[in-house]
Write a protein that binds this ligand. Structure first.
Ligand SMILES: [Zn+2]
Length: 363
């Protein structure tokens, strides 16, 4: 009835599962596959690149697994690993402590270093020399390509800019010495400065990929800084501190007309549907309006309520609530003591609470 697992990223589908962690492919990744098929037919060099591509993405998946499996060692779960055309993302479900974040962030690039060492060793034994990493990939054999990619990937990832691994390593090192929110702000500022530099270099040398990476890093760093400030405002606070305790509930046997009257009378927009304080669903304003338009106002609440809703206890952290809202579910969270409802937390509540905290901090 209630939601147990947060929803996976939309527009992606699962291709495999490693150690209980789903590996997903984003639909935009298919563009890359189409591109590979096109270049494979255009020239022998294109064919080489297309053959190398699966190995590149295997390297990326192993890199992400490096993050995810290290997180697992610390008891932190991974919701999924999603592959995008520009790389992979391992979405952790908890927030690691600074020392843990250091090891989780560095584990990904280390995986590539190990692959590069193995490939390099084999190449050195068979050819007596290592390929040059600045030679275009089309000039290399597959094994040489694997070596080059796994040398470049960790170098690129260790640039100290969010949302790249180097940025996380940098943040974790700062966070061992100062408040986490402050550490994130400094790391994000450094990341954004580097992004501007990349952008300018990209424009100067006419390198479009560098410009795209710069934009990606700039936006990612801004997002990290913002969420760190938000998190610092709710850190250590419980759901009970921010939840609404005065709200009205309805019963499944009431009509939509009755609830629409309640909607107009007060500021409450979503109504828990309860039987003796035990909620069975929630009638959101959207569901009410849709129900009235489709079935008329004399229809019953029970036929239109959402039967799936998020639940938390008053003692849960507000970070848990933030995580639920940030996953795209914007309907209220019902706060439960056992199976009885004791409060309700909306996204507006959470924002109000954060604004008040900020006012207290600056006032
Ligand atoms: Zn990584």
């Amino acid at each position: 009835m209630s939601k147990q697992n947060p929803p996976a990223s939309p527009w992606s589908f699962r291709i495999a599962s490693v150690s209980g962690i789903p590996v997903r492919i984003h639909v935009t990744f298919l563009l890359l596959v189409v591109w590979a098929i096109v270049v494979a037919q255009s020239s022998p060099e294109g064919m080489r690149l297309a053959v190398l591509l699966p190995f590149v993405f295997l390297s990326v998946v192993l890199h992400e697994l490096g993050h995810a499996l290290t997180a697992k060692q610390f008891g932190i779960g991974t919701r999924d690993i999603t592959l995008y055309p520009i790389g992979g993302v391992a979405m952790l479900t908890g927030r690691p402590k600074p020392v843990q974040e250091f090891w989780i962030a560095i584990a990904g690039p280390l995986v590539n270093v190990v692959i590069a060492l193995v490939a390099g060793f084999v190449l050195f034994l068979t050819k007596g020399e290592l390929p040059h990493i600045f030679v275009p990939l089309t000039k290399h054999s597959v094994l040489e390509g694997i070596f080059v990619v796994n040398v470049i990937l960790p170098l690129f990832n260790m640039v100290p800019a969010f949302p790249m691994d180097g940025g996380r390593v940098f943040r974790s090192l700062l966070a061992m010495r100062m408040e986490p929110a402050k550490a994130t702000q400094i790391a994000a500022a450094v990341g954004q400065s580097l992004a501007v530099l990349f952008g300018l270099l990209g424009i100067f040398f006419g390198n479009l990929i560098l410009v795209l990476i710069a934009v990606f890093v700039f936006l990612g760093a801004g997002q990290e800084a913002q969420s760190a400030v938000g998190l610092s405002l709710i850190e250590g606070r419980r759901v009970a501190d921010a939840m609404m305790t005065r709200f009205r509930t309805v019963s499944g046997g009431q009509t939509l007309a009755e609830v629409s009257q309640m909607l107009l009378e007060g500021s409450q927009q979503d109504f828990p549907v309860c039987y003796e304080d035990v909620p069975h669903g929630i009638l959101t304003r959207e569901a009410l309006i849709r129900g009235m338009a489709q079935r008329g106002e004399n229809d019953y609440v029970a036929g239109h309520m959402l039967r799936e809703f998020s639940k938390l206890s008053p003692y849960d952290s507000l970070e848990a609530a933030m995580q639920i809202f940030s996953q795209g579910d914007r309907s209220p969270i019902l706060v439960m003591d056992g199976d009885r409802i004791v409060g309700m937390l909306t996204i507006e509540n959470l924002y109000e609470f954060m604004m008040l905290q900020q006012a207290r901090a600056t006032g």
